[in-house]
Design a protein around this ligand. Sequence first.
Ligand code: HEC
Ligand code: HEC
Ligand code: HEC
Ligand code: HEC
Ligand code: HEC
Ligand code: HEC
Ligand code: HEC
Ligand code: HEC
Length: 644
Amino acid sequence: MEWLVFIVLAGFGLWRALVPTGRRPQWVTWAVLASALLAGGGAWGWNVQRVKLVSDEEFVQTRLPHTGRPGGYVSSDGCLACHTRRYQSWRRSFHRTMTQFARPDTVRGQFDHTVLKLDGKTYTLSRDGENFMVELEDTESGGGVSDGTAEAGASRVVSRVGMLTGSHHMQVYWIPSRPGNLQRDLPFTYLFDDHRWVPLRDTFLRDPNIRGTPDKWNFDCMECHTTAGVPGEDRAEGTLDTSLGEMGIGCESCHGPGEEHENANHNPLRRYVLRLSGKGDPTIVNPARLPPKLASQVCGQCHGIKYYGNMKEYLEQGEDFRPGRDLSPGIHILQPTRAAADPNVANLLRRQPDLLAGRYWPDGKERVSGRDYNALIDSPCYQRGEISCLSCHSMHESSPTNQVRAGMEGNQACTQCHQQFENNLAAHTHHDPQSSGSLCYNCHMPYTTYGLLKAIRSHFVENPSVATTVNTGRPNGCNICHLDRSLGWTDGHLTAWYGVKPAALTDEQRNISAAVLWALRGDAGQRALAAWYMGWEPARRASGERWLTPYLAQLLTDPYSAVRYIAGHSLQRMPGFQNFAFDFIGSPQEREGARLRALEAWQQAGLPDRTGAAILISPRGDLQDNAVTNLLQQRDNLSMDLKE
Ligand code: HEC
Ligand code: HEC
Ligand code: HEC
Ligand code: HEC
Ligand code: HEC
Ligand code: HEC
Ligand code: HEC
Ligand code: HEC
């Protein structure tokens, strides 16, 4: 804004100097003065707004993690002046808004007149001007979530929400605690799609008998949710002073600290020479110029399952990783399939084998969201080729959702390297080229990863294989779309079409739909995926949909809340079920009631769109109850806790 005023006034001065007085019309002078006034007013208004946002400097500086870590971080606003377009594309991204201070323009949860109850505690949410408050009343233990101002006795604590996590699917809220600026979670999450609060623990795929421990943001989440966080823990003194480069995931997370670069480019001559040369600038990291493996590590620092080599050092000073460097030795990526190759990791796992719990399939392949780097590095295209996250993603030339590089939503993502499949696609896929069954991703990067209450594309590039499904339980590309078909059916086609060796199958695997088996007999992770497939548009096109109703109805009573959540949403996508009422965290009686209501509606709707022995539905449209009950009794009740 200030610049605009300057340019207008300078132009005006020049004009006055160059054009003789007699030829200068009066209206130009007035127009210039008016626009200068407007621009100045705008700049002033902008500043006023900025001042208002940080009006609570003291709360922010003493109770919340604060900016100003050492190491040359200037924050994203420092880049705006010279990189407006990149700044704008970043501004739209979910990276920027991952972690934010709680303010009226960032909080999406309903705080007005909201009373939430959990485990004998009552949480009353409210607004106090620009602030978001939580009053905790503990009728059981008299304890509190924080050390906020105590009111009316020891069992009532009022706290102000300091910050929040997430802006895409859900929001988690943090309450200042002790020591120092420690942040503890409010045990409720606000789900955007559902416009409601739910207990945080019900947003995970977690055995209801496992009591999760409350999260501490500074230790459990910050390392991947902000720019260059430093926990700042002093164990000896018992103090904590967490600082960071920037609240959200800013430019410097991917480009490295920018101070040197900014200073160097204050020289306009350098700027023009660099721009014209097109050679780049050695004072800052451009991931696109890095060798592919180093480029992926820029993302892998957060999109990976990681562990610090020297935890004490990390807790005191933060990570020593910087974009452009190798993650090791400071950060170990815990990928069991590659542990043998890295003695550090092998040693670590020998001491703490439980680090591997809850994140991998039995063959060691990654299965949880946000850890895409672990999956990619297992892929043949990575191990024998030059694939990187940037082969398919762009941080500046993409839509904010999924950030897939323009043009890489389809087969070009693969044919950029595997050109032999560009022409004559159907010869390889055996599907019509326009079919969803001809999209490379669907067969080779199927939705077998779980997280954020949904299925996510696996980032491990693999071939559809019945043997793998049998050995690991991981669904294959064919059966996640052909829900009415058995593994035996898939096996036959893989053999006939691709010459794959037939797999050894049980009678059930040979004859009954794989999706039905996952839904009834699978473990909780498989049941969640099956419930999601049953709502997935391409699968419904290929497999029919109405027949899925009794299976989704069954999953409404699953012991795991995440499975019930997904089943409820898939059911609501069924014709005639758009307004089907279901509360995934309602009482067991309510859930059973919902199951019966769904079954009744299904029976009244007449003959289903598919019948047959594979899906346990007789030609007259009756569900074979005995067979269903029999499979249900074999349900894999393995206790699971899939960690995001
Ligand atoms: C190892 C890095 C890492 C750690 C540690 C981590 N996360 Fe995440 N988190 C991610 C990534 C990456 C995503 C994006 C996943 C996606 O979109 O598929 C994510 C996504 C999320 C989301 C969804 C946000 C949205 O906008 O919908 C929430 C909520 C979340 N994380 C909460 C947490 C909490 C709470 C903690 C600490 C207890 C935590 N995470 C720890 C990397 C991490
Ligand atoms: C999450 C990681 C990430 C963040 C955050 C990010 N960038 Fe980038 N940036 C990249 C990657 C990766 C590339 C390489 C090209 C691409 O993928 O779009 C890039 C490319 C660039 C380029 C070079 C473009 C070119 O012509 O090659 C500039 C300049 C840039 N970013 C500036 C910024 C600025 C300024 C910000 C913050 C306002 C920012 N970036 C935030 C990852 C990021
Ligand atoms: C004073 C102006 C100025 C500021 C401030 C500035 N840059 Fe740059 N930046 C440049 C110039 C000039 C170039 C080189 C020409 C070009 O690529 O546009 C450049 C290039 C880059 C590149 C590409 C480098 C390459 O090798 O391809 C990235 C990435 C980048 N800047 C990121 C940032 C980030 C992140 C910030 C904020 C921390 C920032 N810049 C702040 C002027 C600036
Ligand atoms: C500092 C940690 C960090 C770095 C570095 C980082 N990410 Fe992320 N990324 C996250 C977190 C946290 C989220 C969750 C944000 C959300 O979705 O609200 C996320 C979300 C995403 C998403 C999903 C966006 C959505 O919600 O649809 C994609 C895609 C992604 N990142 C790709 C990348 C790629 C590619 C790189 C490397 C160029 C990268 N990220 C670098 C932490 C990081
Ligand atoms: C950056 C280049 C690149 C991209 C992008 C890429 N690949 Fe690859 N891929 C390779 C290379 C190189 C190999 C190893 C080939 C070899 O050893 O002969 C490979 C191997 C494979 C293999 C194993 C082949 C075998 O004979 O074992 C499959 C399957 C595969 N890729 C599928 C895909 C699919 C599907 C995609 C898109 C989702 C994809 N690739 C994207 C480079 C790439
Ligand atoms: C071969 C192409 C390809 C490569 C390589 C790739 N991705 Fe993706 N990624 C995709 C596609 C396509 C999607 C969108 C999937 C969808 O539509 O559901 C996606 C989605 C994501 C998401 C969002 C998942 C969700 O649904 O919440 C994240 C996060 C992500 N990728 C991170 C990464 C990271 C980090 C890397 C590098 C380690 C990477 N990706 C490499 C193609 C790729
Ligand atoms: C209908 C599912 C399906 C689709 C779609 C599909 N593939 Fe495949 N692909 C397979 C199967 C099955 C195999 C072989 C399995 C085996 O040999 O074990 C295979 C093998 C491969 C191989 C390794 C063997 C070879 O022939 O070189 C590559 C590379 C590959 N596919 C790439 C792609 C690419 C690229 C696309 C998209 C253009 C694609 N596939 C689409 C099912 C599919
Ligand atoms: C994302 C969805 C999708 C995936 C993945 C997929 N298909 Fe299909 N498939 C379809 C659709 C849709 C049709 C209907 C005809 C068409 O579009 O080509 C079809 C038709 C077929 C047919 C002929 C009709 C029938 O039911 O007998 C066979 C056989 C078949 N697919 C086998 C496979 C095998 C084997 C795989 C894995 C290698 C596979 N499909 C992967 C969607 C898919």
